[in-house]
Structures are given as C-alpha cells and as structure tokens.
Design a protein around this ligand. Structure first.
Ligand code: ADP
Ligand code: MG
Length: 450
C-alpha cells in the first residue's frame, strides 16, 4: 500500500490509466537475488476479451515497470526488478503442447527460437501479429496469401516462422516448408542445370505438395523471369488446393517494381500487413524479453540507454545488449551505463544525433501519451489531447529556434496567439504543478536522448 501511495503521489498517471494498468496488479511473491536485489512477481489479471494477457504484460512492462521499480526502491530501499506471474501459465505448464522435434524443425528449415512465445507484440506489429495468429490457427482458411512486409531486422522472419511452429505444434504431420526466395531460385537453377527431368519434377513436387509454404524476402526474385514463372505455378497449385502461403518482403506488393503483374495481383488476393520500427516501449519490452530468455539481469539504466539509442532495427537492438553483456563478462567488468556507452560508441554515433525539430517533438510527445500524431496536431479537444498538444507546443518553443507562427503551422495552422497561450499556460504549470514539471522533464530527456 505504501508503494501504491508513492506511485500515486510521485508520478503523473491519470486516474484511468492507474485503474486500468496499475491497480489490477497483485503482488504474488518476492525473490531475493544473491546480490540482495529483489525480484517482485506480480500477478496479472485474468484474461478477458478486452485484455489479452500478453498485451497487458507487454504494455505494463514497457510503460510502468520503471515507475513501479523506482517506487519499490524508494519505499523499501531495495533495488527491485519487476517480473510477471500468471496462475494460468503455471497450471498449463504441465500440459503445455510438446515442443516440435528437432528433426521436423530442421526439415522445415525453421529456427527453434522463432516462435510466438518469444515474439513481443507492440503497436508497431500488432496487426501483423494478429493476422499471423489467425493464419496459424486456420491455415489455408483465413488469409491466403498472408503478405508481411517491413524493413530489415524488424521481425518478418521471426513472425512467419512462428506461424510454421504453431502449425507443427498442433499438427506434427503437416507439411511445412520455409524457404528464402534466394534458395528457391538456387534450387530451381540447380534443377534446371542438371538437365534431368527427374530433378525438375522433384523440385516441383517438393513445393507443390505442401500444406504451408513460407517464402521469405520475395523481393529477391524480382527480375528473375524463370523463377517468377516457376513461383507463379507453385502459387497457383497451392492456392488452388487451399494450402497456406505466407510471403515476406521489404516492400508492399505495389512497390515491388518490375514484379510481374500477374504475381503482384495474386499477392494482393489475401491480406497484406506491415511491421513498423518499434516505439520506445516496445524496444524496452523486447530487451526485457531478451534478458529473460538469456537469463541475464542488466541494470535498468543500461536497458533504457540501449532502448533510447538503438531504434530502427531489432536485430541491432538485441545485438547491442548481447555485446555489452559479453564485453562485461570477458573483461570482468560491471555492466553499467559507462560500459554500455563505451561498447556502443561505434554504433551510436553522437554526431548523427537526431536533430530536434517540431516534427520530431510531435512524434515523441504523441508516442509518450499514446495518441496519434494526427490527433496531437488536430483540433479535437478532449482534456488529454489538449494538454498533450500544449505540452508539445511548449517543448517546440523551449527546444527549437522555430518562431511562434511556424510552431502554429506544425499544429495544423493554429495562429500564434493560440501557441503563445499554450506556452504560457504550460510555463506556469511547470512552476506550480510537480506533475507537469515531471512530465516535461521526462519528455525533454526522451527528446534529447534520441
Ligand atoms: P527481418 O526478417 O524482418 O529482417 P528478423 O525476423 O530476422 O527480421 O528479426 C531480427 C531479430 O530481431 C531476430 O533475432 C528476432 O528474433 C528479433 N525480433 C524481431 N522482432 C521481434 C519481436 N517483436 N519480439 C522479439 N524479438 C524480435
Ligand atoms: Mg528476414
């Protein structure tokens, strides 16, 4: 109770958020580590329609774990890490679906680590994740093909292989095949070169009698006419037989220049979903997941440093954590912020720091309040939006050299008196209201750290 009171008093959390995210958490048990630090396990509420467990946990661990940990530390004087306990998981641990055998995985060319369990869901990928689950549950019957696109290292391969895993877990005899479009091309070339009808037939059979085909990085078949031709026939054979096809690419079908139109249109038959770069909260959640999976425990400060500086590529994000931990271990050094800064010096170049622009401030503020950028610069006047908007204008004034008029222009063409009013209002609040000054400090940190 002291801890809850502390959270309510010291942090600016709206009544609604508090009721929704903090008060449902029930402390379950404590573990004390050998170094005297404690691990606090909280029980997450029963799953219901509005509240799938995984999403709840991700959200809380991304947004509130730091606050809760700080509160525990302030009240008890013990350094604390938050962990999650789920009664349901505990129960089902005994009869959980069996892992898929190594042999089956390697035949299907799947990486054992890429499953839904290890995939963190955030705002950047929740649609792609939901679509993938739907496909995994009913292969061939929901979205066919499922086309997933997004930049390098954002989780396309991980997500598509999760589908394959899920299918095999529930039906080990399903014929599942993962292939990159490059391997597909190479196998085809090999089959053609051998000038042996048998091999070509074998190639066709391999890809046409399959229940779930995953073809990764389809962009590499562009410009390869013979491969496109072969893939076109494979696609038709599978799709006609209601077999599931999952395709990934770095761009949506429309932007795949010189892809044959007949293939492009087929790619659009099903559902196309994208994966965007993760926001700060999701980056934190991914790093925490990594810690959990690798059984490591890293200072919160270090995690936050990585999450605010490595932003566009999840492979690099995870790689940074691994690198820091390995470096500390090899050199028998404590893993702290200083070490992290040293190790990541070559990745995080201080000279290419994000320039602070109104555009960027708007992005960070919107992300912080969990609202869309459009709403933030729009005209809707709910209390939360109005406050966020005024704070954003204030920060534009404080952190950039842009004029009042120009700031107004960034907020949907508001005139300079409106902007001035907002700035004055927030300036006064920063003086008088510790909640506002806290928020502004956090936001300034987020903006200048990035
Ligand atoms: P892509 O295929 O889009 O280039 P990958 O699927 O290879 O990206 O992902 C790169 C790395 O990041 C992998 O190690 C993967 O496990 C990890 N990763 C990506 N997205 C997530 C996520 N949402 N949750 C956990 N790990 C992720
Ligand atoms: Mg990939």
């Amino acid at each position: 109770p002291d801890i809850l009171a502390y959270i309510r008093n010291e942090f600016e959390i709206s009544e609604i958020s508090y009721g929704m995210w903090i008060s449902p958490l029930k402390p379950h048990h404590l573990l004390q580590n050998s170094d005297g630090n404690i691990q606090l396990f909280v029980e997450i509420p029963e799953e219901n329609d509005n509240l799938p467990n995984a999403g709840f946990q991700t959200f809380v661990s991304g947004r509130y774990a730091g606050i809760i940990e700080a509160a525990v530390e302030a009240v008890t004087g013990l350094s604390c890490r938050l962990a999650f306990y789920s009664a349901k998981e505990e129960q089902s641990a005994g009869n959980r679906t069996k892992p898929v055998s190594q042999q089956i995985l390697s035949n299907a060319k799947l990486d054992p680590r890429y499953t839904f369990d290890t995939f963190v869901v955030g705002k950047n990928n929740n649609l792609a994740h939901a679509a993938s689950l739907a496909v995994a549950e009913n292969p061939g019957e929901s979205y066919n093909p499922l086309f997933i696109y997004g930049g390098v290292g954002l989780g396309k391969t991980h997500l598509m292989q999760s589908i394959a895993h899920f299918v095999l877990q529930h039906n080990p005899s399903a014929k599942v095949q993962y292939v990159t479009s490059e391997s597909f091309t190479n196998e085809l070339i090999e089959a053609i070169r051998s000038k042996n009808n048998f091999t070509t037939t074998e190639f066709r059979d391999k890809y046409r009698y399959i229940d779930v085909l995953l073809i990764d990085d389809i962009q590499f078949i562009i410009g390869k006419d013979r491969t496109q031709e072969e893939f076109f026939h494979t696609f038709n054979a599978l799709h006609g037989a209601k077999k599931q096809i999952i395709i990934s690419s770095d761009k949506p079908p429309k932007e795949l220049a010189t892809l044959e139109d007949r293939l492009r249109s087929r790619f659009e038959w099903g559902l196309t979903v994208d994966i965007q770069p993760p926001d700060y909260e999701t980056r934190m959640a991914i790093l925490r997941k990594r810690e959990e999976l690798d059984h490591i425990n890293v200072d919160n400060e270090v995690i936050q440093y990585i999450a605010s500086n490595v932003r566009s590529n999840i492979r690099e994000l995870e790689g940074s954590l691994t690198k820091i931990v390995a470096f500390g271990k090899l050199n028998h050094m404590e893993v702290n912020l200083e070490l992290a800064q040293n190790v990541l010096r070559d990745i995080i170049d201080p000279n290419v720091k994000q320039e602070i622009t109104p555009q960027f401030i708007i992005q960070v503020v919107a992300e912080h309040y969990g609202i869309s950028e459009l709403d933030l610069v729009g005209t809707k006047r709910t209390k939360e939006l109005a406050t966020a908007r005024q704070v954003a204008m204030y920060l534009c004034r404080e952190m950039t050299e842009v004029s009042l008029q120009q700031i107004g222009a960034h907020f949907g063409g508001k005139d300079h008196t409106t902007v001035l009013y907002a700035i004055k209002k927030i300036s006064t609040e920063v003086e008088d209201n510790p909640d506002t000054s806290g928020t502004v400090t956090v936001l300034k940190k987020k903006i200048s750290a990035q």
